[in-house]
Design a binder for this molecule. Structure first.
Ligand code: SF4
Length: 322
């Protein structure tokens, strides 16, 4: 039987049209105030409810490996020793083609809904960031799926530079590897432009470790996993400073060890340093996602520890992220 799922390419193109205004160079960002996500935040929202402070911590939970992202690359740029915790100013693009059950954003904030979002230029967002009384050293362009509008990343980097804040600001963005835009003929110069900024790093978020876990997590067709690896491969051939988040959740599998061996082989074949740039993403229970849990997903949360065990045996140098 043919497997069905969200049509990534079609949804991606439609959402892009709805979150980008190329004339005013504006993008649609989520209004976080008043959403279920607010209950998961450790600090109040800022910038009239469209920004939030995120505390990135190396310590994740007991027994899980530390998370060096984006603390290590940001610290390198800022010329400081990596601290245990770093703050970032987060803005969220108001759209994503997928519906991951563990997403910390309410699905209503992923539909490019103008009643739950605001049009903003990158310039205005950077100004709001620079005006913060306690300005964090990182801007995190998150989502939703910021790679629907990679222009946003380039415009933000330009604005930070033009306002004289590049030396003290590291720009970090999330990419769910759903869009080939930067790898197409028209996007290539944008990719090269983004890659030239030394104060930039990109989290490439795999949404599973094989086609079945990808479909289980995103509700999209399993082919999307191969597309994710193709996009990752394209980025890996560029100068862009990339890192990978790997969620270790999926349906009960035939053999967890062979599943980890397989994804490691795929990453190594793309570029030999990619496993060392990969951080296993701990999936915890957030307020936003608990209503989406069911027996299978609960089991997946338990099983992530077993998959982690194999990952750690095979990638012992995890803490040495380049
Ligand atoms: S790809 Fe990211 S933003 Fe989109 S649903 Fe999944 S976790 Fe949420």
């Amino acid at each position: 039987m043919k497997q069905r799922g969200l049509n990534t390419i079609q949804r991606d193109a439609d959402l892009r049209r709805r979150v980008l205004d190329p004339v005013t160079r504006s993008v649609l960002v989520s209004q976080i105030n008043g959403t279920a996500q607010q209950k998961d935040l450790s600090a109040p929202t800022n910038c009239d409810g469209i920004g939030r402070i995120r505390h990135f911590r190396q310590h994740v939970v007991a027994g899980w490996p530390t998370n060096p992202l984006p603390i290590f690359p940001a610290s390198r740029w800022l010329g400081v020793d990596p601290p245990p915790e770093m703050m970032a100013q987060v803005y969220q693009l108001a759209a994503c083609a997928w519906r991951c059950w563990y997403c910390y954003v309410p699905f209503a904030s992923l539909r490019a809904d103008p009643s739950k979002s605001v049009w903003k230029t990158a310039d205005a967002l950077v100004d709001a960031y620079l005006a913060l009384e306690e300005r964090p050293p990182i801007i995190d362009l998150s989502g939703g799926s910021p790679d629907l509008v990679p222009e946003w990343i380039a415009w933000t980097l330009q604005a930070v530079e033009m306002k004289g804040a590049a030396r003290t600001t590291f720009v970090w963005s999330d990419d769910n590897l759903s869009s080939t835009r930067l790898l197409e003929k028209d996007g290539r110069s944008l990719l090269d432009a983004i890659a030239t900024y030394p104060n930039y790093g990109r989290a490439c978020c795999l949404k599973g470790f094989d086609g079945a876990s990808f479909a289980f997590n995103t509700r999209a067709h399993p082919d999307g996993f191969e597309r994710q690896l193709e996009i990752l491969s394209g980025y890996a051939r560029s100068e862009m400073n990339i890192y990978i988040y790997l969620p270790l959740v999926g349906p009960a599998g035939p053999c967890s060890r062979s599943q980890i061996e397989a994804i490691l082989e795929r990453l190594t074949a793309i570029r030999v340093d990619l496993p060392a740039r990969t951080v296993p993403l701990y999936i915890g229970r957030f307020h936003t996602m608990v209503d989406r849990l069911d027996t299978q997903r609960d089991m997946a949360l338990e099983r992530q520890w077993e998959l982690l065990h194999h990952w750690q045996r095979m990638v012992p140098a995890l803490a040495q992220i380049p």
